[in-house]
Design a protein around this ligand. Structure first.
Ligand SMILES: NC(=O)c1ccc[n+]([C@@H]2O[C@H](COP(=O)([O-])OP(=O)(O)OC[C@H]3O[C@@H](n4cnc5c(N)ncnc54)[C@H](OP(=O)(O)O)[C@@H]3O)[C@@H](O)[C@H]2O)c1
Length: 339
């Protein structure tokens, strides 16, 4: 049961990353609960920077949008905190690619600047969208996120660090190719990793709950959607069942991605931008081989039962809507599979 602290009173919230998938869902949840939301957005936002200011205003309807560069501390000090006061900061902001330079600039530095200014201006609470994968850090963006998580936890602000499992959009990349009759691609035998997928509205609602529910405060919160945990193979099997087709799988060795990253690292010594891209292959390998579930460090294994659940929507409900054409899958910035 929810233990409320703020008795649901309306708060003034500064939102970072409101144009992203979970940011939009969180903004919707906060507005529906009567809060005043101010968003910082880039003049060109969205995947491929294709949203104009007008489109962004439309997406974030009901909020005040301040356009500018969150990486610019002067802009933050003057145009954001200068003549406004906020009660709470929400962040669903993250590097869209996870490339090393961008990850440090966005997942760490921009957050650290906002936190410092927020503290100075009297903000008392922050809710941060992080990721469950930081519990077993091997990638640059995970280290950048962890560094900021630590700063937030030590800041003196009331905090909620939300570490979700896998989003539906990240698990929908093969629906179109399978609909076209192509095989479902597996890493290894498709059981190397498992997750408890969580829907955008369920996660948005959970993030909004952090505002008033004291049981969700001053904590790191791993969170998944309704179980059971499912593997890549389970996802493929369900898709073929939905389409009433004979299952057709094709296995790809997960090590292939690691080998690609090693080759790119060598080329990157001569052509530095290639080294940044090598990280993308390492990210792919990580998700192919590591589960998005709570890691039991003592037993050295992932623990599906210890992974908390929230919400009601399942990935398979979503697949059904995609196959029936009732919904279109959101694009992802870096796709592992495509049609
Ligand atoms: N995908 C998954 O399955 C999964 C699972 C668990 C956790 N996560 C975590 O969830 C987060 C991503 O959530 P999401 O999918 O909702 O994000 P998303 O759709 O990729 O959106 C990212 C947000 O951050 C903003 N942003 C990125 N770079 C920026 C910059 N330089 N300046 C200002 N804003 C910037 C984007 O703004 P623009 O619109 O201007 O680009 C956008 O609002 C990451 O922390 C990820 O690690 C992901």
């Amino acid at each position: 049961m929810q233990q409320t602290s703020g008795t649901g009173r309306s708060r003034s919230i500064l939102m970072l990353g409101g144009t992203g998938t979970i940011g939009r869902a969180t903004v919707a949840a906060l507005l529906s609960r009567g809060h005043k939301v101010t968003c910082i957005a880039r003049p060109k936002s969205g995947i491929g920077r294709k949203f104009t200011k007008d489109k962004t205003q439309e997406l974030l309807q009901g909020t005040e949008v301040i356009f500018g560069d969150v990486k610019n501390r002067d802009f933050l000090a003057k145009d954001v905190f200068g003549d406004r006061s906020f009660d709470v900061i929400y962040s669903c902001m993250a590097s869209r690619t996870g490339e090393p330079k961008d990850a440090w600039a966005v997942d760490y530095q921009a957050h650290a600047d906002v936190l410092a200014l927020a503290k100075e201006s009297g903000v008392t609470q922050m809710v941060l969208l992080s990721a469950i994968c930081v519990q077993k850090p091997k990638l640059v963006f995970q280290h950048a996120k962890l560094k900021f998580e630590q700063e937030l936890a030590e800041s003196g602000l009331t905090y909620s660090i939300v570490r979700p499992t896998a989003y539906f959009k990240s698990l929908a990349g093969q629906v179109e190719r399978v609909k076209k009759g192509k095989p479902f691609l597996l890493f290894g035998d498709g059981t190397l990793a498992a997750c408890k997928p969580i829907s955008d509205p369920d996660l948005g609602a959970y993030l909004a709950d952090c505002l008033d529910d004291v049981s969700l405060q001053n904590k790191i919160l791993p969170i998944g959607g309704p179980g059971p945990a499912i593997t890549l193979k389970n996802q493929g099997e369900y898709l073929f069942k939905l389409l009433d087709r004979e299952p057709k799988f094709k296995s790809v060795p997960a090590d292939l991605l690691m080998n690609i990253s090693k080759v790119m690292d060598v080329i990157g010594k001569v052509i530095p931008p290639v080294a940044e891209k090598a990280e993308l292959a390492r990210i792919g390998h990580y998700y192919a081989t590591e589960s998005m579930l709570v890691w039991d460090a003592e037993a050295e294994e992932y623990d599906a039962d210890a992974t908390p659940e929230t919400g009601s929507e399942t990935l398979f409900d979503y697949y059904k809507r995609l196959v029936e054409g009732k919904e279109k899958a959101e694009r992802v910035d870096v796709a592992m599979f495509s049609d």
